[in-house]
Design a protein around this ligand. Structure first.
Ligand code: C5P
Length: 340
């Protein structure tokens, strides 16, 4: 039996998320696909799960994850990724037997950080290695798009402009070594489907429906200030250009998240603050890593001493992480050697 592969699966944040309109199928007549046409700038983080993929001789797919909020069976996107590989490569499945996937969760769940998508991406890469399939990055991304809109980016990693429903990717120059503070209330999670549906209910009348206008909008963003800032390594402008349309529905629904975002903004040295994806995680960008602990303490202190009773009672629920922007999506984990 082949040796197992352990992979690191990076979380992502959205530096930009613009909703253009309802996505239409390419059929005649075009019909809504249920997804949105987006323009996003996506960024990988050092914060990562560890996913081990091993062959077993049970002819079944087993997912082992001790995190209480990670669903079991085919509700788990990592499980669906293995099923997709089984269906797509039946001969390899017959030859190698079943698959056991072990997930060590570090990325918070239901947080807008693509933790599930990253695990699914790692399963695709792990099974590709385990079965010696030799899939190319575009082939892996095509499979990934069948599982979820963020999976292709999780496979690619780094910094990218994403269009379509998030699966059409163009790499951007690396945003390497910026410090990122992530802040999330442990008890809050947001359903991505809920966030997009609520946005549709409130803003559908302003959706762009004309395909020419849609292309013009992409070009506009591509040449826009955020992409320029990334290309030039201008982190002050990058911090000023952060944008996420989903904040318009998630923040009014979760006022404590809006307050958390304001508190992050006010900390010294913070270049910019935004909610990631459909939330509720808020991130703050910093140029200097040595400021991170002061900022983290400032956020905790502002919540613990807030005059707003609702916010103050959330102090014990607050989780903070210090991480960095990264150039990697899925990577083979270093083997740990015992040096003694
Ligand atoms: O692709 P994924 O499974 O992550 O999407 C979850 C839900 O988010 C979709 O069912 C859809 O309701 C919404 N979504 C959307 N437009 C996108 C991506 C996601 O409306 N581009």
């Amino acid at each position: 039996m082949r040796r197992p592969y352990t992979l690191t699966a990076a979380a992502k944040i959205n530096l930009h998320l613009k909703i253009i309109g309802d996505q239409l199928s390419e059929t005649i007549p075009p019909t809504p696909t249920g997804y949105h046409e987006l323009v996003m700038v996506l960024q990988s983080l050092d914060l990562a799960d560890q996913v081990t993929v091993a062959s077993n001789d049970t002819k079944t797919i087993q997912v082992d994850c001790s995190h209480p909020e990670v669903p079991q069976g085919d509700c788990n996107i990592a499980h669906r990724a293995a099923q997709l590989m089984q269906r797509s490569f039946p001969k390899a499945w017959d030859r190698h037997g079943g698959v056991t996937i072990t997930i060590q969760k570090t990325i918070p769940v239901g947080a807008g950080l693509a933790g599930g998508s990253a695990d699914a991406a790692a399963v695709l890469v792990g099974i590709d290695l385990l079965w010696d399939l030799g899939l190319t990055q575009p082939e892996l991304q095509e499979l990934g798009a069948k599982l979820g809109s963020d999976v292709p980016f999780c496979l690619m990693g780094g910094t990218a402009l994403a269009t379509g429903r998030g699966e059409k990717l163009s790499p951007l120059p690396d945003v390497d070594n910026l410090t990122v503070i992530l802040a999330k209330f442990r008890s809050l999670s947001v359903s991505t489907a809920w966030a997009y549906q609520t946005y549709r209910q409130q803003f559908q009348t302003s959706y762009i429906t004309d395909p020419t206008a849609l292309t013009a909008h992409w070009q506009d963003i591509e040449a826009g200030s955020l992409v320029n800032a990334v290309s030039q390594g201008d982190w002050i402008t990058l911090g000023q250009c952060l944008h996420n349309d989903l904040e318009q529905v998630v923040l009014p629904h979760y006022p404590v998240v809006a307050q958390l975002r304001n508190i992050c903004c006010q900390q010294p040295g913070v270049l910019g603050t935004l909610m990631s994806g459909s939330g509720p995680t808020v991130f703050a960008l910093l140029e200097r890593a040595d400021q991170a602990e002061v900022v983290q303490a400032g956020i905790r202190n502002a919540i613990a001493t807030s005059a707003d009773g609702d916010l103050q009672t959330m102090a014990a629920d607050l989780e903070l992480w210090i991480t960095q922007t990264s150039t990697a999506g899925i990577a083979i984990a270093q083997q740990r050697h015992n040096l003694s």
